[in-house]
Design a protein around this ligand. Structure first.
Ligand code: FEO
Length: 171
């Protein structure tokens, strides 16, 4: 694998772990606001992000490259309300999509078909990531200031379960 691509993948591990940090920070804010279902949804999201990052780390090693470990940025910790929080989730996922598309283009240009194939899983996963965030943003826009409806959505989001998309990762 060329060194630029290896660095881009290492940076993506960092970005996935930053995403996990961001969602944990959001989860704790929701928990403290009494929105336990939203806190749970974000906690599951953070677990997914760690799985995404770990899987890329393992791929870097499998390709004989040395992963780098740059510092993970501190996430914000103040979120004014659920709607604004999920606006930020959606904006963040759109940013991640842009990053992954860039890596896919780099892999394509390097004729690294394995890396291209590997990163395509992530590119496609972003469709679902953006769709679920958009769905929640739209619901929160409809809910407005109605606390009862917000609690209904909170209950709905409490039902999310974590399924590791890479079940052999820790074996
Ligand atoms: Fe790892 Fe939210 O994408």
């Amino acid at each position: 694998m060329n060194k630029d691509l290896a660095k881009a993948l290492s940076d993506q591990v960092n970005a996935e772990y930053y995403s996990a940090y961001l969602y944990l920070s959001m989860s704790s804010a929701a928990d403290q606001a009494g929105l336990k279902g939203i806190a749970h949804w974000l906690f599951v999201q953070a677990q997914e992000e760690m799985a995404h990052g770990t899987n890329i780390y393992q791929y870097i090693l499998a390709r004989g490259e040395t992963p780098a470990f740059p510092a993970i940025d501190a996430p914000p910790s103040n979120f004014s309300d659920a709607k604004k929080l999920f606006d930020e989730v959606l904006a963040h996922e759109q940013l991640v999509t842009g990053r992954l598309n860039k890596i896919a283009t780099m892999a394509m240009q390097a004729h690294d078909h394995s890396c291209y194939q590997f990163i395509l899983w992530y590119v496609n996963e972003q469709v679902e990531e953006e769709e679920s965030a958009t769905d929640i943003v739209n619901k929160l826009a409809m809910i407005g200031d109605n606390k009862g409806l917000l609690l209904n959505l909170d209950k709905e989001l409490a039902a999310r379960t974590f399924v590791n998309p890479f079940p052999n990762m820790f074996q």
